[in-house]
Design a protein around this ligand. Structure first.
Ligand SMILES: Cc1cc2nc3c(=O)[nH]c(=O)nc-3n(C[C@H](O)[C@H](O)[C@H](O)COP(=O)(O)OP(=O)(O)OC[C@H]3O[C@@H](n4cnc5c(N)ncnc54)[C@H](O)[C@@H]3O)c2cc1C
Length: 417
């Protein structure tokens, strides 16, 4: 192999999509493509939501990373230790130094339970759980099976987290699961959030709060978690409020990958990589790009975002290497199915400028309804796993789904003059 040398850090959703897309764009004589990840287990993370309810088995949502990469991509199963952007080099855990012409950062986020007093200590994986790792999601499944009633509190410590709607989905599914088991009336279900409403944006927040109310899930807002006592079953906020629990399902704080903090000039104090919101190039260096959860962009950390960014990032890496102007083509497009239980789901679609609004998707006559529960949305969510493995990761185009948010089906109010 010869030509350009492209190094992709992270072989998760974003790294795999970008490496495969770049492999399609460049012949093996035109570019070497390297992917680095610390392990060989690619988890379909949206599937983690279903594990605690017995709706997915952990082994069904994990595949070898190597096998998701097209032939002609070199995979390094190694920890990224440091990046030296001044020298265009990456240091791996085993001491190997990888030089690059273009670097793509796709190392996602790191869960930081240790940042919250008591989290990860007493009661962890006994009465305090997260469904954000395969291990804790599996332990939570057994705990839910044993649960016979009491207070079940669902919360997240603070934003940013991956898929910010996932804790809400967990609460909705818990309501369904407890009703199926016939013990719902014996359970007080509480959703505690640091936000001032059920979600970040006003229209979606109102819809989701309504849904929580209809399902008799108590909404506790502006609850900034200060500490957790797993032994006593107490969740305390910084402003002195306390929530008792028999079972706590929490999402710990998220930071960027630790090596980002060790790599001068690459990221901010939280370990997220500064990234141009439209081109996905890093302001630190023209040959450094980032996508997915690893960026500091003001949009949800979601697989859909990562997918839309991958299209623009790939195009811009090609343009950068050809000395051409970059395309500012990413508008912050994000969408997410929100599972609401009983075989239904909502869909939200938004971007940097437009909040989630009601309407149809992807066009005015589209089959999916926005911000309204439907069976079709639920089927869409279930089908997505297959789309993920067979179309998204290999880098295939999905017609009608791209980096620009569709507006045709949305009830967008335009001011009259
Ligand atoms: C419970 C849950 C439910 C979700 N549901 C949805 C959903 O319904 N819809 C949706 O769009 N999104 C959802 N997401 C979010 C989605 O999975 C992520 O946003 C997406 O995977 C981000 O891709 P990424 O490539 O940025 O990061 P990842 O896919 O997490 O990949 C990062 C990779 O970097 C590697 N890495 C990190 N640090 C190092 C290091 N130092 N050295 C070597 N390797 C390293 C990791 O091993 C990992 O493989 C969900 C996430 C969770 C946890």
């Amino acid at each position: 192999m010869s030509g350009h040398r492209i190094v992709v850090l992270g072989g998760g959703t974003g790294g795999t999509m970008v490496a495969n897309r770049l492999r399609r764009r460049f012949g093996t004589d035109e570019a070497e493509i390297h992917v680095v990840d610390r392990d060989d287990a690619h988890v379909y993370q949206p599937g983690l939501l279903f594990v605690p309810f017995g709706l997915a088995q952990p082994e069904e949502i994990v595949r070898p990373r190597r096998r998701q990469l097209r032939s002609g991509i070199v995979f390094h199963e190694q920890e990224v230790a440091e990046v030296w952007i001044e020298r265009d080099e990456v240091l791996l855990g085993d001491g190997t130094v990888l030089p690059y012409d273009v670097l793509v950062v796709a190392t996602g986020t790191r869960l930081q339970p240790e940042e919250t007093e008591g989290l990860g200590g007493a009661g962890w994986d006994e009465r305090v759980f997260t469904f954000y790792t395969p291990e804790s999601a599996a332990a939570l499944r057994s705990a839910l099976e044993r649960f016979e009633g009491g207070r079940l509190v669902v919360n997240f410590v603070d934003l940013p987290i991956k898929c910010p709607v996932a804790p809400l989905e967990f609460a909705f599914l818990a309501d369904w699961y407890l009703r199926e088991r016939g013990i719902r009336e014996r359970v007080e279900l509480v959703y505690a959030t640091p936000l001032d409403g059920a979600f970040t944006q006003p229209v979606a927040s109102e819809h989701l709060a309504g849904l929580l109310g209809r399902k008799q899930i108590e909404l506790v807002t502006e609850f900034n978690t200060g500490s957790v006592d797993g032994a006593k079953g107490e969740l305390a906020s910084y402003d002195g409020r306390m929530l008792e629990f028999d079972l706590l399902v929490t999402v710990p704080l998220h930071g960027g990958a630790a090596y980002v903090e060790r790599s001068p000039g690459l990221g901010d104090a939280l370990g997220f990589v500064q990234t141009d919101k439209h081109t996905l190039q890093s302001p630190a260096r023209p040959n450094v790009f980032a996508l997915g959860d690893a960026t500091d962009l003001p949009i949800s950390k979601a697989g859909s975002v990562t997918h839309f960014e991958a299209e623009i990032l790939t195009e811009n890496v090609v343009r950068h290497l050809a000395g051409r102007e970059l395309v500012p083509g990413y508008d912050g497009h994000a969408n997410c199915f929100i599972e609401t239980g009983f075989g239904k789901a909502l869909l939200i679609d938004f971007n940097y400028e437009t909040e989630p609004l009601p309407g149809r998707f992807p066009t005015a006559a589209g089959p999916l309804s926005l911000l309204r529960e439907s069976r079709l949305n639920h089927l869409g969510k279930l089908l997505f796993q297959s789309v993920y493995w067979h179309a998204l990761l290999p880098g295939r185009e999905l017609p009608g789904l791209g980096p620009t948010m569709p507006t045709a089906g949305k009830h967008i109010l335009t001011p009259t003059t």
